[in-house]
Design a protein around this ligand. Structure first.
Ligand SMILES: [Zn+2]
Length: 480
């Protein structure tokens, strides 16, 4: 699929479908032209509430008289559209168009500022892409060409690159666990090195052993797949230290280990590497945008399985930074992986660290399935993430890091235990555990267990992986 701009009018364009974006305001620009050409048809659809202006609402209008295109999709942008509204509108229209096989579709949105147009374009790239990776006949057809009626070709090109960062994140997550395991994930990540200013370093099992990553290796030992740790550097400027390190949990399949999950809980556990996939998609987009920043991504890749060699409840693992950990639940494995990856990260001296992990069901209990939880030891760093998320229209909410939660992580036999004392506040005890491995570094942890993966589709995106927070992190990197 390609994305380009067009200067052709909505009346005369030869396309398989046109999309007209409408907000609560009076019709103007292409919407007014369309309304005139159709003898007031658009306005009467709005007045009769057959077409709605709220963000992401799509109405099909077949065979309208007076224009060349055989189909018009009317999509709402909401009153005073935000970046989130534009992302949803672009996505909902593109997803709706995907019901049939079209060659060229053209988007006519009202005049939008640069950032909003980028979001709309990114939404269209994401919305047109489904999770049907292994179906002979796709359930969502991608048009061959998406045209945008604007002269802002930069915004269209950038929005397309951002969408092309969200999509590989989604694809990595959506691929089944017999396709994506630590080695194959690392191989795919290695392809990023083809991009300008990107280098990729892969640590295999022997290297992880020589680096004393005993916590990560403990989780990995029950799987026939060997673990990997991948370091992806993007140097878009000459600064010595990375401005930001993005760290991702990459448990390519989480059976729970000996603390085995029931079948229901295992069904979607291919998504337990969504944090790592977010790192990959973010760096891809940042590199393609050529942002003048220096950032680094680190992913810890393991599979958490049951075998005669699985790590056990009661085992003591020695992490890379020397702290010993009593394992009291093998399904609290993500934090064990991240403990060592965070320690490796400290050695790269980043100005700030952000980690992403599908870490706890407790975070879903607290915030639901659409909001990511934030935890930090540096309020101003966390605020930057919150502001960036708001700018692109992604939902995050900060949870407290009150000191007493650390008391629950005390062990009688080791420095730490890997679970809290009970079920309450489990997202916070998990974050407190991670905090033990970041030293004095400026750090924010993002629990994406809720929004990373959806069982069913939304109006603007297919079900499965969402690629959540790629846009937030790309936005941050561009500002560094
Ligand atoms: Zn787990």
């Amino acid at each position: 699929m390609t994305t380009a701009i067009t200067s052709e009018s909505i009346i005369n364009i030869q396309a398989d479908a046109v999309v007209i974006g409408i907000s609560g305001d009076a019709l103007s620009g292409a919407a007014a032209e369309l309304n005139d050409a159709t003898a007031g048809g658009l306005q009467s659809l709005i007045d009769s509430k057959k077409a709605k202006t709220c963000a992401g609402k799509v109405t099909s209008w077949l065979q309208p008289q007076g224009i060349q295109a055989p189909v018009v999709l009317i999509v709402g942008l909401g009153d005073n559209p935000t970046a989130g509204d534009c992302y949803k509108a672009g996505g909902a229209a593109a997803k709706s168009l995907g019901n049939s096989q079209l060659e060229t579709v053209a988007f006519y949105f009202p005049e939008l500022d640069h950032a909003l147009l980028e979001s709309a374009v990114a939404g269209s790239v994401v919305g047109s892409t489904g999770q049907d990776l292994h179906k002979k006949k796709p359930s969502l057809f991608r048009p061959q060409q998406i045209l945008w009626a604007t002269d802002n070709s930069d915004a269209v090109a950038n929005g397309s690159k951002i969408g092309s960062g969200v999509n590989p994140t989604r694809e990595l997550v959506n691929q089944p666990p017999n396709y994506i395991y630590p080695e194959s994930f690392a191989e795919q990540t290695a392809q990023l090195a083809e991009l300008e200013n990107v280098t990729v370093e892969i640590w295999d099992k022997a290297r992880l052993e020589s680096e004393n990553c005993g916590s990560l290796l403990g989780v990995a030992q029950g799987s026939d797949f060997e673990p990997r740790l991948v370091i992806i550097r993007y140097r878009g400027n000459d600064s010595e230290n990375p401005a930001m390190a993005i760290v991702g949990k990459g448990v390519t399949y989480d059976s729970g280990g000996l603390s085995l999950k029931p079948s229901e809980g295992q069904k979607t556990m291919k998504c337990d590497m969504a944090g790592a996939a977010t790192v990959v998609g973010t760096i891809k987009a940042v590199a393609e945008l050529g942002a003048p920043c220096h950032i680094v991504g680190l992913v810890g890749l393991v599979e958490n399985m049951v075998s005669g060699n699985s790590y056990r409840l009661g085992d003591i693992l020695t992490s890379r930074n020397g702290k010993t950990i009593e394992v009291l639940n093998t399904d609290a494995e993500g934090r064990l992986v991240l403990a060592d990856v965070l320690d490796v990260t400290l050695g790269l001296n980043p100005d700030h660290i952000v980690d992403l992990a599908t870490l706890t069901g407790a975070c879903c209990v607290a915030l639901g399935l659409d909001i990511a939880g934030l935890f930090t030891n540096d309020q101003s760093w966390c605020d930057q993430i919150v502001n960036s998320a708001a700018e692109v229209g992604e939902e995050v909410w900060q949870l407290p890091m009150t000191h007493h939660f650390s008391d629950q992580l005390k062990s009688k036999i080791a420095d730490l235990r890997n679970i809290g004392a009970g079920r309450w506040g489990g997202a916070i005890t998990a974050a407190k555990f991670l905090e033990e491995f970041v030293g004095d570094a400026s750090w924010t942890h993002i629990d994406i267990a809720g929004p990373a993966y959806a069982d069913s589709a939304k109006s603007y995106i297919d079900g499965g992986a969402s690629g959540v927070l790629v846009r937030t992190l790309v936005n941050m990197a561009r500002g560094m």
